[in-house]
Design a protein around this ligand. Structure first.
Ligand SMILES: [Zn+2]
Length: 309
């Protein structure tokens, strides 16, 4: 079977120093991942076995200042150095300035151009698109990535069919966004992610929880969200098909240092679980993820003119 991949994006998770400021220093915060890699997710954490790779990768991308979400995510999803392209790290939304990079080199679009299939697993709502239309919100990088690939968004129907996940994993926040349905467990969300991973060459799921907890400087909230992410990862791994590789990374540090409400300069984790794990060992920073994902899917470009610069 042709290799496929699930990309789990976690907003605001860096590898920091141990201490009371870092919820990741406690091994019970992410028990599954800690056991998997034999250590807590701290600075310099490294692990490599046949089916599992953990390494710190750079998120600063040789651009001064604290790394931010829009440029970090664009870099992860395009393989292009977005902060270098803009000359600065840019926060939150993918406004016009980053769109050309996403249009030209977006991961989902590239997978389609190479004859593969791709999907964004996140649940969207009519309220979200209304807020965009009313200019109360701007597109996130992930939204723009899906949009510029010409892919549909997963809505309530897909959610009810067990084929979408809200960005908070369990859907507890979804009610506040005008989406009415009962929350699911993190384990159930992991099963959903693994099922989608089986059906597409590439499946992307974005979780923003850790960045919120980091900005809130709330230890309990941080531990709760990291435990939820750990349960999601465990269930995904336990239900993953043999040909699927799970790739987990982040755009910048934040939740690993609750002594500041700002982002950090820390490296972020690259955790890869599955048959393609060793192939990611040379990735050094956020620019390396998209090229390595595309390579690992072993797709055949349809024609030369589909090649994106
Ligand atoms: Zn942030």
């Amino acid at each position: 079977m042709r290799p496929s991949a699930v990309l789990l994006f976690l907003d605001g998770v860096g590898l920091g120093t141990a201490g009371a400021h870092n919820p990741l220093s406690q091994t019970n915060t992410m028990p599954f991942v800690t056991q998997l890699v034999g250590q807590p997710l701290l600075a310099e954490a490294q692990h490599q076995s046949r089916h599992c790779l953990l390494k710190p990768i750079d998120a600063t991308l040789q651009v001064p200042g604290l790394p931010q979400s829009a440029t970090g995510q664009t870099t992860i999803y395009t393989g292009r150095n977005a902060p270098q392209y803009l000359g600065r790290h840019q926060t939150a939304f993918a406004n016009g300035s980053l769109r050309p990079l996403i249009e030209a080199s977006g991961l989902l679009k590239q997978v389609l151009h190479q004859g593969g299939t791709a999907t964004l697993a996140n649940l969207y709502s009519p309220a979200y698109f209304e807020a965009i239309a009313n200019r109360r919100l701007r597109y996130s990088v992930g939204t723009l990535l899906n949009l510029t690939a010409g892919l549909t968004f997963r809505m309530q129907y897909e959610y009810e069919q067990g084929a979408a996940i809200f960005w908070d994993i369990t859907g507890e926040f979804a009610a506040s966004r005008g989406i009415a349905h009962p929350p699911i467990s993190a384990q159930a969300a992991g099963v959903r992610l693994a099922n989608l991973g089986r059906q597409y060459s590439l499946t992307l799921f974005e979780c923003y929880l850790p960045d919120f907890a980091g900005h809130a400087q709330n230890l309990e909230q941080a531990q709760q969200c990291l435990r939820r992410i750990d349960r999601l990862i465990q269930a995904t791994v336990e239900h993953l098909s043999a040909e699927v590789t799970l790739v987990i990374t982040s755009d910048h540090g934040n939740v690993e240092d609750l002594s500041t409400k700002r982002h950090t300069l820390n490296a972020v984790p690259l955790l890869v679980i599955g048959p393609q794990a060793p192939a990611f060992s040379a990735v050094a920073d956020l620019t390396g993820i998209t090229p390595k994902l595309l390579e690992s899917l072993q797709l055949q470009p349809r024609s030369a003119d589909c090649r994106l610069s």
